[in-house]
Ligand binder design. Sequence first.
Ligand code: IVH
Length: 687
Amino acid sequence: MIQERIESLRRELEEHNHRYYVLSQPLISDFEFDRKMRELQELEAAYPEYDDPNSPSKRVGSDLTKNFPQEAHEYPMLSLANTYSEEEVLDFYERTKKALGENFELVCELKYDGASISLTYEKGLLLRALTRGDGEKGDNVTANIRTIRSIPLRLQGKDYPERFEIRGEILMPWDVFDKLNREREEQGENLFANPRNAASGSLKQQDPAVTASRKLDAYLYYLPGDKLTSGTHFENLKAAQRWGFKTSDATRLCSSLEEVNAFIAEWDEKRKNLPVATDGIVIKVNSLAQQARLGMTAKSPRWAIAYKFPAERASTRLLSVSYQVGRTGAITPVANLEPVSLSGSVVKRATLHNADFIQALDLRMGDRVFIEKSGEIIPKIIEVDKKARAGTGDKIAFPTHCPECGARLVRYEGEAAHYCPNENTCPPQIKAKIEHFVSRRAMNIEGLGSETIDNLYEEKLIRNAADLYDLQVSDLEKLDRLGLKSAENIVKACGTSKSVPYERFLFALGIRFVGESTAKKLARAFPSIEALEAAELESLVEVEDVGERVAQSIIDYFSDANNRLLLDRFKTYGLQMARSAEQLQQQSRSLAGQTIVISGTFEHHSRDEYKSLIEQHGGKNVGSISSKVSFVLAGANMGPEKRRKAKSLGIRLMEEEEFLTMLREKSGTEKSPTQGKKPDAELQSLF
Ligand code: IVH
């Protein structure tokens, strides 16, 4: 029993870690996550016989990705011990008092809820910026950080150390976040759950222009190291402010527990009016000498603690549960609630995620439930108020059949969701597939919002994406609220979409697990839809990022007769279902015989993309510098060791722009990178 609970907590926490750090789509609040983690830690301490070195309790989460070079932090990036109760703040105070045995001051700060960053400055200039990563090493995102206006690239004054690090939080202000999500909604893209995810997603962009457009802000709050100008944290923050960093005006020096508590009470209210998200208070011992005496535990310093504000909760009643069917057929249960006001808005619905979530809550119809909204836009049911249960409501039984089309639901191994397998005739799946097909990053057919697609479906004018190409102005004009001009524009946009390149067409098909970047990689490996259709599992899994699950889904897609019919129709309409002969010919041999090392970070595309570009043009990409190397494709922040070695062997460093120009010239496209075209579009023509 105990062992089962431990293992189930480990599995759950792993999944939440993945959703949080990798997918940026957390399902549960930090509070719930911490609660589960605590339960696991307590059980592990009480039952050491079930110890496991791979337990999620033994590691910190990681934001590392494959798209940026990883570099070691000069000082590890630790996290803070979290608490949700003022009692534990008292414990921290007493512990500190006892350990120090002398007077001490505390600095109270706001706990900013964004993506943490570590900046290194040398001779007053920004040298590099690393994300937290796994705490030991982080992603080098300097090019993106340079776009944030509140981060100084050159410091003011003179009294800053020769080289130092400063840490803080990258934040997306609420108003920017709301606007971004509104735009994403219009374009049918996934919404960010909260400003923190939006900020960290923005930092992980390959194109710094995208990061710049996100209007991020930054607050700096900590200077690690021992070569600082002052012996106290508070004075160091003031110095940082003089050098040009944005520090928080809320920060306050306190000399008693009462003052700390007053700060907490004051900011629990005031923070609601701040332009950025905060989720608590950080309390730090002011003297650096005292900090050093207190030292660290394995994960966090003993000289600081984070007090997290309890998320605002409300109690309401469950009225009914609806089941939504998504594009892939995944069924999402949604709770319909008695309207209740929470954190400034009226809540009527909350997601219930999946059948396991409902089961774990032991939810019954009519139950009183507590809902929470902790910086997330979609509220969550945290707990059933079992004491308030009258005892008569039925247990929520997950449906066995699709609420929309009646097909029997299926559950795939290892997945939490139930699916409606009726891909080709279940209305919401069809409509969502068409919405995906026309979306901006796919076929980019403007003017076809979800409402128009709904109307077209209801009028029986479309049943699949191929039907879009049969639409006539006269069909569209008849629709509610659609004038002649819009109708003409839609027909025109459908026509224009016929020249959308093959890789985007592949993405538009909406094959399960084939996202934008996988579609690109598949298009390179299989230059026509026929080649892809003929591919066997063994050759599919050779493509980067394609595992068995993805490969199987591609095979399943082509083995469905409906899909094959659809593809035949796309072909007759003249869509791009192969890389153009011109593209293939142009790119084939221009780097033949060249051995190239890629190093550093790039503005226009990821290292992976440059690797494929080299290979497609007949070149060879290798990892280390040797006399066989023809040149180094050198981005920003190329490692000093590589630079030295290249120099000693007389190997040329070629910058990104020069490389792109060279390829363009060699492959006969003449446009220079600065002639107004977006870098993405340019590169597209090279791929
Ligand atoms: S101090 C060694 N101060 O909270 C301590 N952290 O788990 C260094 N955070 O990773 C951190 N506001 O991302 C500090 N005023 C503040 C903060 C803060 C937010 C974040 C930071 C850190 C996490 C703690």
